[in-house]
Ligand binder design. Structure first.
Ligand SMILES: Cc1ncc(COP(=O)(O)O)c(C=O)c1O
Length: 490
């Protein structure tokens, strides 16, 4: 089959055209049984292919027909031995990777700034995390990737680890020397699992960092929906045979996946793969040049800094993705979240994320000069307004707390006897909950870590500026669940 074909999407459309009499789920039956207002809005075409795993349409859990063909085309496009479609986002694919290589008590080497899905998989599998400290960027107030030296040290101390997990590229588009990391891990026969949530496009352009499969990694969980043009929630899991078995991957993915897989999501993966494989290079070239020109114009605005190739001087930044615009706003004297709100309220602009010191904007083939001008004019206006109001705005001081110490395995902590204590009285206790700001969803605390004053202060700072702190059962974050302590009875 050729990369111009879309067996899954085409198969669905052909099936819908036959207009069969449906006595199967979904009960809305081509939209006739759905709320009319929603039907009118979403359109009959979409509803006609919202189908289920009946005979002619194959089954994601045991693909033999059009889904198998679509997955094979994707494997060819991504240079993988096998590609699995995920309707549980990259989170589902990441959990599958971790649970494929780790069982209870097995060690896995992971950077501490992983997405919460990695930690969830560690709790579910009972694996023991060996954390690597990511490189901290004191200027931007964000974590980058991990160095090859730290991976070598971790493997030297834990040669029995069942896997090394790398985030490549990071949410902010910074990548590590993945080829070297793979080389080191493979010299110990340890597989490399890549969280490629933010890197579906990098495989299709030479001016972008190496993709997981190009670097020789064993598995990669890749969000096609984030930057590759498929629908939200649809991702892929690429596998290279050798240190991992694709049969095991299929059965774990199946255990973690709904039996009612959305064919709209699956079909969108099929068409996104076609576009990336056949037009990706040209589309991405245009995106890179648009983003580069935006970067240059943003850097001309007083007190704003948009990260560029100079970031490569840092040890953990081996390469970077220029389509990500990390805009440091700390010199305006206001937090990134204020900038996010200002852009929303004053110019109807929505950014990808903000934190205490930055905003992140992503540029994709969906953008044009028009959107670029809107953003840059708004940022110029904001910078002028900040200077007018404050005279000489005082730059914000970057504060990033240390990584807390782990006292219990995340699973032991999660399933321990616990109690709830007031947030401000929790210093020194062992947390039983995750706490993170989402996005980016990187935990500030994971179950099993010792709560420090510094980290409580950091959470407080995030809450004060209004950033979305999540995780604890108490969504007001007034209380936190910790491991129960037993005091001697007097
Ligand atoms: C680094 C990273 N990994 C994994 C994920 C999970 O991806 P998904 O939302 O497709 O489940 C995200 C989502 O934001 C992420 O930022």
């Amino acid at each position: 089959m050729s990369q111009f074909e879309t067996p899954l999407f085409t198969g669905l459309v052909e099936h819908a055209k036959k207009n069969p009499v449906q006595f199967h789920i979904p009960g809305h039956k081509k939209g006739t049984g759905i709320d009319p207002e929603f039907r009118e809005f979403i359109g009959d075409n979409a509803l006609s292919i919202d189908l289920i795993n009946i005979g002619p349409l194959d089954d994601l859990h045991s693909p033999k027909g059009i889904i198998k063909q679509a997955q094979e085309l994707a494997a060819e496009a991504f240079g993988a031995d096998h590609t699995f479609f995920s309707v549980q986002g990259t989170s589902g694919a990441i959990m599958t990777m971790v649970m494929t290589v780790c069982g209870p008590g097995d060690k896995i080497i992971v950077p501490r700034n992983v997405h919460k899905s990695v930690m969830s998989a560690i709790v579910f599998s009972g694996a023991i995390p060996v954390f690597i400290h990511p490189e901290i960027d004191e200027n931007l107030g964000i974590s980058h990737g991990i160095t090859t030296e730290s991976v070598a040290r971790a493997l030297d101390q834990h040669p029995d680890a069942k896997g090394v997990l790398v985030i490549n590229p990071t949410y902010f588009g910074i990548s590590a020397d993945l080829r070297k990391i793979v080389e080191i891990a493979h010299s110990y026969d340890v597989p490399v699992l890549v969280d490629e949530a933010h890197g579906v496009h990098i495989h299709f352009h030479d001016d972008l960092p190496l993709s997981a499969m190009q670097a020789g990694a064993d598995m990669a969980a890749t969000s096609v929906h984030k930057l590759g043009g498929s629908m939200t929630q649809s991702s892929i899991l690429n596998v290279r045979e050798g240190l991992v078995s694709s049969k095991r991957v299929q059965s774990i993915l199946s255990m973690l996946t709904t039996t009612s897989t959305s064919y709209l999501l699956l079909a969108s993966l099929d068409v996104a793969r076609k576009r990336l494989a056949t037009e990706g290079r040209d589309l991405i070239s245009k995106t890179i040049s648009l983003a580069q020109s935006m970067r240059k114009r943003i850097n001309e605005i007083d007190r704003l800094y948009c990260v560029g190739p100079e970031i490569l001087k840092s040890k953990a930044a081996f390469d970077y993705d220029p389509t990500k615009l990390i805009i440091s706003v700390k010199n305006l004297g206001i937090p990134g979240y204020e900038v996010e709100k200002w852009l929303r309220e004053r110019h109807n602009i929505e950014v990808e994320l903000s934190d205490l010191y930055n905003i992140l904007c992503i540029v994709t083939p969906g953008d044009t000069e028009r959107e670029a001008d809107i953003l840059i004019n708004a940022l110029r206006e904001l910078a002028e307004e900040c200077v007018e109001e404050a005279g000489k705005p005082e730059p914000l001081k970057v504060f990033l707390p240390d990584i807390p110490l782990l006292a219990l395995t995340p699973r032991d902590a999660f399933y321990s006897e616990t109690e709830v204590v007031p947030f401000e009285e929790s210093e020194g206790r062992i947390t039983a909950e995750f706490i993170m700001v989402y996005p980016p969803g990187i935990p500030i605390f994971i179950p099993g870590e010792i709560i420090t004053k510094e980290n409580l202060l950091y959470i407080q700072k995030n809450l004060e500026v209004g950033l979305p702190v999540q995780g604890p059962e108490d969504d007001q974050i007034k209380k936190i669940r910790v491991i129960k302590e037993y005091k001697a009875i007097k």
